[in-house]
Each structure stands twice: as C-alpha cells, then as structure tokens.
Design a protein around this ligand. Sequence first.
Ligand code: C2O
Ligand code: CU
Length: 435
Amino acid sequence: VSVADLRGPGAPAAGGTARRHVLTARTGTVTLPAGRPIDAWSYEGRLPGPAITATEGDLIEVTLRNADIENGVTLHWHGYDVPCGEDGAPGATQHAVRPGGEFVYRFQADQVGTYWYHTHQASHPAVRKGLYGTLVVMPREERPEAERGLDLTLPVHTFDDVVILGDQEGRAVHDARPGQPVRLRLINTDSNPHWFALVGSAFRVVAVDGRDLNQPGEVREVGLRLPAGGRYDLVLTMPDANVTLLLDHDPDQGILLRPAGAGGGDRTLPDTGDWPELDLLAYGEPAPVPFDGDDADRHFTIVLDRALAMVDGKPAYAQAVDGRAHPSVPDQLVREGDVVRFTVVNRSLETHPWHLHGHPVLILSRDGRRYSGSPLWMDTFDVRPGEVWEVAFRADNPGVWMNHCHNLPHQEQGMMLRLVYDGVTTPFDSTSHAH
Ligand code: C2O
Ligand code: CU
C-alpha cells in the first residue's frame, strides 16, 4: 500500500454534515485585535488561523492553498489520528504545497476534543511565524446552550516579543454567570512549556491532549505545566467572584472571568510560582486499558541527546536520536495490530516534548514510577532532562508516521525519525529525490 492511497472518506457519517474550509497560507502583516501589527505567515491572514470546529461524525474538508510561502506548506492535524495520507507530513505523506498549488484534506471528525493544526514543512520557523490554528470537535449528543456555558479555546503562541492567548495579547476579560459551567481549552502552540494557574476557583482537568480523563478530582492552587504541542481542558463552575487564569505566573497575561452583573473588583493575585505542579500521572482514578503495555510485541528505546551528526548534509552539533539525526535515524518498523512500547530516555540538558503522529500513547511510567491515576493518553509528553518515560500504543493506523521532538528547532536540528508499518510505502520519501 502507498500512503498516497490511505485517504479519508468522501462523506460524513450518517447524520453528520460536511464542514468545508479554504485556508490560504501567505506572508504579510496581520493586525491583532488590540491594534498591534505582526509580520507573520498566516492562514487566511489571521492569527491564529480560522478556528475549525465540528461535531462528532462530521466530515472535515479543508482545501489548503499556498499564496507565497516559498518553501511550501502543509496542514498537519496535531493529535488527530487521521488516515496517513491526510497527515500533512512532507517527505512522508505528501509533497509540500508550493506557491500556487493546493491540497485537499478530508477526514471524519470521530475524535471529540481539543486539537490544533499547523504546517509541517520547515515547521521551524513557519509555525512560530503564525501557520497554526485550532481544531475542536464537540460530542454528537446536543446539550442545551445554557448547560454548555462558556467554552473558550485558548491557544498560546509567542511571536518575537508578543504572547497571544486566543487572539489577544495581555489579559482578556470574559463575563460568566455565577453557577455557569466554564470550559477552558488550553493549547500550547509554542516550542517550550507554558505554565497555567487558576486563581479564585477549584477546577478539574477533564481532558489531556483531547482525551477525557477518568474521574478527575477537583483541585485548586496547583500549577499546570503544559508541554509544547499539548492541550489541557479545564472545567469549573463560575463562582460569584473573579476568576483569573494566569499564564507563566504573569498577572498581566491570561484571562479574567468576571461574574456577570457583579462589579468584581480586581483582587491581588497570589504568587502562583510557588504552587505545586499537578502530577497527571497520579491524577484521576484508574480504569481498564485496552492492552498490556508490559507485554509489547515491539520495544524501541529512543535516546535523546546532542551529538555530532549530519543535518541537511552538513556535520552539526545535532539534536540527535540514538546518536543520529533525521533522515539518518533508522525507521521503526511495526506490523498492524502490534502493541508497541517506547522507552524514551533524555540524556540531554533540555526538555524534549515527544510527539508521535497518528496514535495517542498510553503513559506507563516515568522514571520507574508507574501511573496511579486515570489512564493517561497523550500525543505530546515532556521528557525533562534525565527522565525516562515508558509509553505504549496499539499500531492500528497503517502508514508512515513522523515521530519527533515538538520543540520545533530541535526537530529541525535532527530530532525526528519515522515509524513505518510493514507493507506501507511512500512515494514522497525525502531521501528518494523523486521530485
Ligand atoms: Cu504538531 Cu509533527 O507535529
Ligand atoms: Cu527536543
């Protein structure tokens, strides 16, 4: 099978609708709502790109066009387990779309939750410059508007000297009725972790990387460290006083939720930098998982470190995998149906947010300590200096998949390899020079 033939369906599931978008990538100044001009690369001239939303079972169809991004662009659906031919990985699943060209992506919205999209061609610096947007899929069963409450999708992104949360810099204000449910969908579209802290209310982390946790308990006064590429969905009930979401412990960045009708009045914010970090490996309640990660069919060890290796044909002090840099890191070969285990070892002094395309991984342990909370499925997990993570997944989505560090400068400096299914080939191989 060729990845070129592993494409999505042409129609939605019964009862679903087709959600069609055209996203044109271009260079040019984008003016933020508060008036600041940003010299950007964007989809549709917007930062972030147009929000893509759907209901479970809908068909998402996005036509990508490239106006003038010289190196080409793609759309990668981060964390969304699309058929491989829709994955937007140049050199593996398609050729990058050159200026004047287009590519149509189609896939069914069958994962509910919070995701995002970005270009995968020269992702550093193209994502940093603005080629990203959000993808949120709602469950099919309709709940009345009132019950749904306030639902905010909040990607954090850093342009050279400006941080925006959603589409605003500084602190945005939203009104909520006391008693109303509030959902905050936090998305880290940067290459380094961000900290969030919620002041003024208890809350639950109901989903990580789009996947619901089992019985997440109420917490308060904890710090949330969100890996590059990752997502946390927080849920709270609006109290009758102000609630502040702080970003990176900075009182001037984040969100202020004001109880509608009340004057509120700004409270003095505590120093959230002292709050303990919420450990997701011990959060929520255990539940059965669909396979035994200790009884894997394949086991790969991935050692992350700096090393002298070839990058783009030149020797470099690379961000290496097992001492080599992409594309010289050997492929990981799997067979459909395998339970695959990764041991990810960080021997370097930097954090590596590890991201496998096409499959969420189940976290088994960190530094030998097994998870004791809810089963935790992630598509991007932070392996900090010195740490060893054990994760596993079922190889149930045939293709040629990128497997890489989501600190995009690290990815560019070689920290990437491919996971290849037995019997699947790619005509887009970056090393084949076929184009
Ligand atoms: Cu978010 Cu390989 O990407
Ligand atoms: Cu890295």
